[in-house]
Design a protein around this ligand. Structure first.
Ligand SMILES: *[C@@H]1O[C@H](CO)[C@@H](O)[C@H](O)[C@H]1NC(C)=O
Ligand SMILES: *[C@@H]1O[C@H](CO)[C@@H](O)[C@H](O)[C@H]1NC(C)=O
Ligand SMILES: *[C@@H]1O[C@H](CO)[C@@H](O)[C@H](O)[C@H]1NC(C)=O
Ligand SMILES: *[C@@H]1O[C@H](CO)[C@@H](O)[C@H](O)[C@H]1NC(C)=O
Length: 468
């Protein structure tokens, strides 16, 4: 009668306890799983969790479970006895002494049972608390595990980001590869098929030459009209004597080889330096496999044919400045012997110079490719040569730069040969890697600017736009 609800209660308590301790066993498996996670990983945190899990394992021992078992067994026995005694009492109750004795026994039995119940209650209660704290610990471990998982997730995310960045770079690289493989745009003065110059991005290439810091003045680039087989060739002219003179052209088969500075081939203009028709001044260009430059000690254009290894010349107008008479410059100094500046654009080769007749202002002449070369269209500008650091041509427009700071050079001036319109309000900045830019030229084939600055070779992307 009274045994069944009691044993049901005891069984319920016991089952609750068992299920809680089984939850603890469950959390442990998780620890083992995470152990197989790869590094880089905070192993310290994982170690701490392992220690906790082991403590947790030890705090619920078989001994504790055995104690509950014993108590339950004891209770069971007492209740069986109680049941028997109660049955005897019911059967043999004579209303006299025997009944009184039996009742006393039953009372004692009940008191024992109550004591047992109290002990069991304490034990179960203690185990419940233990379970609760174990549960808290397990919860904590779960949190740590999630953090660890998050940590690893971050690693994965970072790696994904890195992959994306690399993929972007690759795309860009491929795009650039396609861009440089395009045929040169059709020459139309003043009208670039790709719009007007609106910016200069980069640098794209920046490195010391093979000569190290030995030669501050020079020029480099890529022939915009290469002969077959020399499409990737890069040339370099360093002024190897007094920062003014050179007598040979150095060629590298690729951009990589000029950057690394290996396997050059030299084309010698003359055996001594300087001498008649050797190079004077830094602003030289390569066009149609011929080098155009200022002739040594003469106001003339020299052309060195790289194929035939021959020199032909054309004189500049009378009184054209040479031998450092009208160099480029900025407040802190001039670029020595930069009287003549050669440029290439979509239409061919140009030369920039000046004379006292034009008050030291820039004069621009086309250099015709014939044999010997000749001067073509000529324009007088109002740009005082001393106020500019460099000039270059792009799509029939002359651009001039000035010194802004050690970090920036600015394209501030343009002269359109189609319209003769001059502008002084351009503000296109070029990010400098060295204080000075001794030479600057535009290549219409790859639409890049090639600069030589304080012994370094630097390249930039010219950015064009139809919308202005
Ligand atoms: C938990 O304890 C049992 C018995 O004491 C033992 O066999 C088992 O290896 C322990 N597990 C852990 C994870 O410590
Ligand atoms: C079990 O113990 C708790 C506190 O220790 C107490 O509140 C509760 O009444 C007890 N239950 C029994 C059946 O003794
Ligand atoms: C250079 O010389 C070669 C071979 O004589 C000739 O075919 C070519 O037209 C010359 N180049 C120039 C720009 O005169
Ligand atoms: C440029 O100026 C000079 C000197 O004034 C003059 O002789 C010459 O004709 C001018 N050239 C052009 C193309 O206007």
């Amino acid at each position: 009668m009274m045994s069944s609800p009691l044993s049901r209660w005891v069984t319920a308590v016991f089952l609750t306890f068992l299920s809680q301790s089984q939850q603890g066993v469950h959390g442990k498996d998780c620890v083992c799983e995470l152990r197989s996670s790869e590094r880089p990983f905070p192993m310290e945190t994982l170690d701490n969790i392992q220690v906790l899990a082991s403590k947790c394992n030890q705090s619920i021992t078989p001994k504790q479970v055995f104690e509950v078992d014993t108590l339950l067994l004891g209770l069971q026995r007492r209740m069986e006895e109680l049941q028997q005694n109660t049955a005897v009492l019911e059967r043999e109750d004579d209303g006299e002494l025997y009944g009184a004795v039996t009742l006393r026994i039953i009372e004692l039995e009940l008191a024992e049972i109550q004591q047992l119940m109290a002990r069991l209650n304490r034990t179960v209660h203690g185990l419940q608390q233990l379970s609760a704290s174990t549960a808290t610990q397990l919860q904590g471990m779960l949190g740590s595990m999630q953090e660890l998982e998050d940590f690893d997730y971050m690693q994965v995310v970072n790696r994904q980001r890195e992959n994306q960045r690399m993929r972007r770079d690759l795309d860009q690289c491929q795009h650039q590869l396609h861009a440089t493989a395009e045929p040169p745009p059709t020459p139309r003065l003043g009208h670039c098929p790709h719009g007007q110059l609106v910016g200069v991005s980069g640098p794209r290439t920046y490195t010391l030459t093979q000569y190290g810091t030995s030669y501050s003045f020079g020029a480099w680039g890529k022939d915009p009209k290469p002969v077959p087989g020399k499409e990737s060739t890069h040339w370099l002219v360093a002024l190897t004597t007094s920062n003014v003179f050179a007598n040979f052209v150095r060629e590298y088969s690729t951009l990589s080889t000029i950057v690394v500075g290996v396997a050059p081939t030299d084309a010698t203009i003359a055996s001594s330096n300087p001498t008649t028709n050797t190079i004077q001044g830094p602003n030289v260009v390569m066009y149609g496999n011929a080098l155009y430059y200022g002739c040594y000690n003469t106001p003339a254009v020299c052309r060195f044919n790289m194929t035939a290894r021959t020199i032909s010349t054309v004189a500049l107008p009378q009184n054209t400045g040479f031998n450092n008479k009208f160099p480029f410059g900025h407040l802190e100094g001039t670029y020595v012997y930069s009287d003549l500046d050669f440029a290439t654009d979509e239409s061919g080769v140009w030369v920039v110079y000046t004379s006292p007749e034009n008050f030291g202002n820039v004069i621009l002449s086309e250099v015709l490719e014939g044999s010997p070369p000749a001067l073509g269209r000529t324009y007088n500008t109002s740009l005082h040569k001393r106020t500019a650091t460099n000039t270059f041509m792009a799509c029939g427009v002359l651009y001039a730069t000035r010194y802004i700071s050690k970090e920036a050079e600015q394209i501030f001036y343009s002269f359109n040969t189609q319209t003769s319109v001059e502008r002084y309000d351009l503000k296109i900045n070029i990010k400098k890697m060295q204080t000075n830019i001794q030479s600057l030229n535009y290549n219409p084939r790859d639409q890049m600017l090639y600069a030589y600055g304080d012994a370094h070779i630097i390249s930039y992307d010219a950015v064009f736009s139809d919308i202005l």
